[in-house]
Design a protein. Structure first.
Lengths: 332, 147, 173
């Protein structure tokens, strides 16, 4: 629907002059109350509302052009019925058309708001961009190709990464590691090391699991962009839960993991099932893929929704109150 | 206590020749204590000495009772009872008494490492049975302190 | 009665984990160890550990810990009756840690089927060469039981709370 933010468009046809005056007056009076309509003669397919006179020839052709969801107000001497059809007896009365329009305005605005929210949340709302040129991509390649690299930048301690042994040696704190992951690739200098060089550099440094850094850089770098070669329509499952006590996480990730541990579904279906923003699901997916817990090999049929265990509302309430009581500090 | 000391001396002498397994000596001495207890009163139908963490050390039971399971249950009951007593009276349990129509069971501490559970039938005199059990506990204490 | 049950082998940290999130000093039934457990610790739970947390509306969530030794398995049924979920703690450093986990998954299979479970791996920092978390993942994958497995420090309330959050997610979804 094309409209100014909260103005609804009325297209009309074959109105008698006195009805047209009444309608115009009603619209003007309503505008004083903040109820905004605009009358248009053309482009009836874009209108929210059609007002037709039953007696006019033009009305019949307009009716044929109307979309199924459009609301039609038919002025007639007799009563009309039908889906989305409101019958109004001629001649038009100012107070009745005004109150009818006001009621329709409220109803339709709610409807529009809902469909906008749905569109915003639905995966089709925006194209999914590929995730490229981030430290996360470099880390994945390092592990895949079994490389040994040094990542350095001016303000932080260097990272020495062994893609064969899956280890990371550094003096950087957890917070610094997060900050490094959020830097643009241009701000980092990356060079290959020999295994011997790695041993020399990593001596005296803290060794941490590359997994944990892969996970957190996946969450930080992704920003709703999907790893290239992956699809939001391909069904998958989790082979294992992420090790949340050692990973960064959002509250929503518990729900995603719980669903994916039992069901096979695509990112798209997961979004519909969980009502969690698709960006968060993609971030979770990328990180889970990087730490090797995505299972999409043996999957043929999606099973989303096949787990039929329904938790009674009363118990759900209790469980969410327990979660409230045990608030975690470490959410992202 | 002379009998006990004699028993220990005898057992120790016997076992010294074979590697002197202290646990075995204790267990045999404890078996004697239970036999004596059963012989004292015909209404005592069975008894177990177990460790506080529920491992059976000596038994005088009828066959169809699983001594290991019973030891674990006794220790759980006595530990719960101790916790209850400690929370309410800041004290330890003297005995846990379970009564049913067919008979009674009582569980008591016997030193800080062991406990004694005794089964008596419906005709048994509870006071007398408890007194016999107390004597048995004295013997158990003597065995442990003699080592 | 709404209760969460903590179970697992001797020395996995059940009593400690309950203590780290509970509001009161937990009620225990600790006695001196006389069996092989004495190599791990001096005292052991023989009946149960008990504590609770209170929700905003006053509801109490009771936390029960089972004894670890198999000979106390009669307590397992008693304690799980009416429970809302199970936390299994396993000492990651134990040479047969995977077998230990499977033993508890099997022993509590009926309760897990009806409710849900999460697995906490304790004592992760003691030995670098202890069983890798991926081995636990593999074991669960083979059993087709994709339960949460987290490395935890039973003394850290944040870790134990994370386990409970995962348990709640398993129970709701």
């Amino acid at each position: 629907m094309t409209s100014l933010d909260s103005t609804l468009i009325i297209s009309h046809s074959d109105l008698q002059q006195e009805d047209s005056v009444v309608l115009n007056t009603a619209i003007k009076l309503l505008s004083l109350e903040g109820v905004m309509f605009r009358l248009e003669d053309s482009a009836p397919e874009h209108a929210h509302l059609l007002i037709l006179d039953d007696d006019g020839q033009g009305s019949r052709s307009l009716l044929k052009l109307s979309r199924p969801g459009q609301v039609k107000v038919i002025l007639s001497t007799r009563h009309h019925t039908g889906k989305n059809v409101i019958s109004v007896v001629k001649p038009l009365e100012l107070s009745s058309i005004k109150s009818l329009l006001k009621r329709l305005f409220t109803l339709m605005q709610t409807q529009i708001k809902k469909s906008r929210q749905f569109a915003e949340n639905s995966p089709q709302a925006k194209p999914i961009e590929p995730l490229t040129d981030t430290l996360f991509n470099v880390l994945i390649d390092t592990r895949k190709q079994g490389r040994v690299i040094e990542v350095s930048c001016d303000d932080y301690p260097s990272l020495y990464i062994d893609g064969i042994k899956h280890s990371l040696a550094t003096n950087a704190s957890q917070d610094q590691l997060r900050q490094i992951a959020s830097l643009a690739l241009e701000q980092l200098s990356i060079r290959d090391l020999s295994t011997d060089n790695f041993s020399v550099h990593s001596n005296d440094l803290t060794m941490i699991s590359l997994h944990n850094f892969l996970w957190s850089s996946g969450i930080i770098c992704s920003q709703g962009r999907l790893l290239s070669g992956h699809s939001i329509d391909k069904p998958f499952k989790l082979k294992a839960w992420p090790n949340f006590t050692r990973h960064d996480f959002k509250a929503e990730y518990f729900k995603l993991a719980a669903i994916l541990a039992k069901n096979t579904c695509s990112i798209n279906e997961l979004q519909r099932l969980s009502k969690i923003p698709i960006d968060d699901i993609i971030n979770f997916y990328n990180a889970a893929y990087a730490v090797g817990i995505i299972d999409d090999d043996s999957i043929t049929q999606p099973t989303a929704g096949s787990d039929t265990r329904q938790v009674p509302a009363e118990k759900q309430g209790l469980l969410s109150r327990i979660a409230d009581r045990l608030t975690l500090k470490k959410y992202l | 206590m002379q009998i006990i000391n004699d028993a220990i001396t005898k057992l120790t002498d016997e076992n010294n020749t074979k590697s002197g397994n202290q646990d075995e000596i204790i267990n045999q001495a404890l078996d004697h204590v239970l036999k004596d207890l059963m012989a004292q009163c015909e209404n005592i139908k069975g008894a177990i000495i177990s460790s506080v963490d529920g491992i059976s050390c000596a038994t005088a039971l009828h066959d169809n009772l699983d001594q290991n399971r019973f030891s674990a249950m006794s220790s759980a009951l006595l530990a719960l009872s101790d916790t209850l007593m400690n929370e309410s009276h800041n004290d330890l349990t003297k005995n846990v008494l379970i009564e049913a129509n067919a008979g009674k069971i009582f569980i008591m501490h016997a030193t800080d490492k062991l406990l004694l559970s005794v089964f008596i039938d419906e005709q048994a005199n509870l006071g007398l049975s408890l007194a016999y059990a107390k004597q048995a506990i004295d013997k158990i204490e003597a065995i442990l302190s003699a080592l | 009665m709404d209760k969460i049950i903590f179970t697992g082998p001797v020395g996995a940290g059940k009593t400690t984990a309950i203590g780290s999130i509970s509001e009161i000093p937990p009620v225990g039934t600790d006695v001196q160890c006389t069996d092989e457990s004495i190599e791990i610790k001096e005292k052991t739970t023989v009946a149960m550990d008990y504590s609770y947390i209170t929700l905003e509306d006053g509801t109490r969530i009771h936390l029960y810990g089972t004894p670890g030794q198999e000979r106390f398995n009669f307590m397992w049924n008693i304690l799980t009756t009416g429970g809302i979920g199970l936390v299994i703690l396993v000492n990651k450093d134990h040479p047969q840690a995977i077998d230990e986990l499977e033993r508890y998954l099997d022993a509590f299979s009926e309760f897990i089927e009806q409710t849900g479970t999460v697995i906490g791996l304790t004592k992760c920092d003691i030995n670098k060469h202890s069983t890798d978390i991926s081995m636990f993942h593999e074991c669960l994958y083979k059993r087709n039981q994709i339960f949460p497995v987290f490395e935890i420090d039973a003394r850290e309330s944040e870790d134990v709370k994370t386990l409970i959050h995962a348990l709640l997610a398993v129970l709701v979804n």
